[in-house]
Design a protein around this ligand. Structure first.
Ligand code: SAM
Ligand code: MG
Length: 257
């Protein structure tokens, strides 16, 4: 089946059909740790730790509990194959995974079935979910914003999807000379971790630009951390000062939006 013949949720301003086709074409490979999503698999322990600890702090939970996110309804927007939706489910959260690509959702659903995890996966965009009146305690918005067509529309939908004082965890790529070398030249051309054209450097946002866009949508940034790659170990770690390539933001919905 070609990407064009696939049912894609593309009626929303945030959807860039070329981006969705790109991810749909790779949909079978989400769970291959050595495939095109290897960088996301490698990043997973670090970004899961940030999401878990941020959510536990925000909702006054003990991160050492086996299922500290019990009772929280969380949206994983742009969930892809569910690489984060599954671990958040294991931490006790009631997860909804939403993606504009139907193929991604099929892969995510099949994998969750194999893992015997109960996850509500939907082929839907942020705007469509917001229009349906859905509400969540928190949103995971990981590695998506650099792939959306209309950032204000996307963030406004996320704001509407949160309960008052709900929070959103985001990760994305900075727009620096180093991020061009690492994410475009390094990851796509030299290491060939990702297919060429996966990222458009010009669409990357600096943390200050993302914070400004969030503030003007009714969010307040609570935390900012870098994720730093260690080539010798192949591992990543959180960093308080180095945001030059990958970074994470914790942001809270202000009541008056
Ligand atoms: C790089 S992947 C990230 C997947 C997942 N969040 C992760 O980090 O493992 C970006 C995903 O966002 C989805 N996407 C892009 N624009 C979207 C939109 N407007 N609404 C919903 N999903 C979208 C794509 O289909 C793709 O699966
Ligand atoms: Mg990306």
């Amino acid at each position: 089946m070609t990407a064009a013949s696939e049912k894609t949720s593309s009626a929303s301003a945030s959807v860039d059909p070329a981006e969705i086709a790109h991810f749909s074409a790779m949909a079978a490979t989400w769970w291959d740790p050595k495939g095109p999503f290897k960088p996301l698999h490698n990043l997973n322990p670090t970004r899961i730790a940030f999401a878990r600890d941020s959510l536990c702090r925000h909702f006054n939970r003990d991160p050492k509990d086996a299922e500290p996110l019990q009772g929280l309804r969380i949206l994983d927007i742009g969930c892809g194959g569910g690489l984060l939706t599954e671990p958040m489910t294991r931490l006790g959260a009631t997860m909804v995974g939403a993606d504009a690509s139907e193929k991604n959702i099929k892969t995510a659903q099949a994998h969750a079935n194999d893992m015997e995890l109960d996850i509500d996966y939907r082929n839907i965009t942020a705007e469509e979910l917001a229009d349906a009146g859905e509400k969540f305690d928190a949103i995971l918005n990981m590695e998506v914003i650099e792939h959306v067509a209309d950032i204000p529309s996307f963030l406004t939908a996320c704001h509407g999807l949160l309960k008052d004082e709900g929070c959103m965890v985001m990760s994305t790529l900075n727009r620096t000379a180093k991020s061009w070398i690492m994410a475009i030249a390094g990851a796509e051309y030299i290491m060939r971790w990702l297919p060429k054209g996966t990222h458009d450097w010009q669409k990357f946002l600096k943390p200050s630009e993302l914070s400004r866009a969030l503030r003007s949508t009714g969010f307040e940034t609570l935390d900012l951390k870098g994720m730093v790659y260690h080539p010798l170990s192949g591992e990543w770690s959180l960093d308080d000062h180095d945001f030059s390539v990958n970074y994470l933001i914790l942001t809270e919905k202000k009541q008056d939006g």
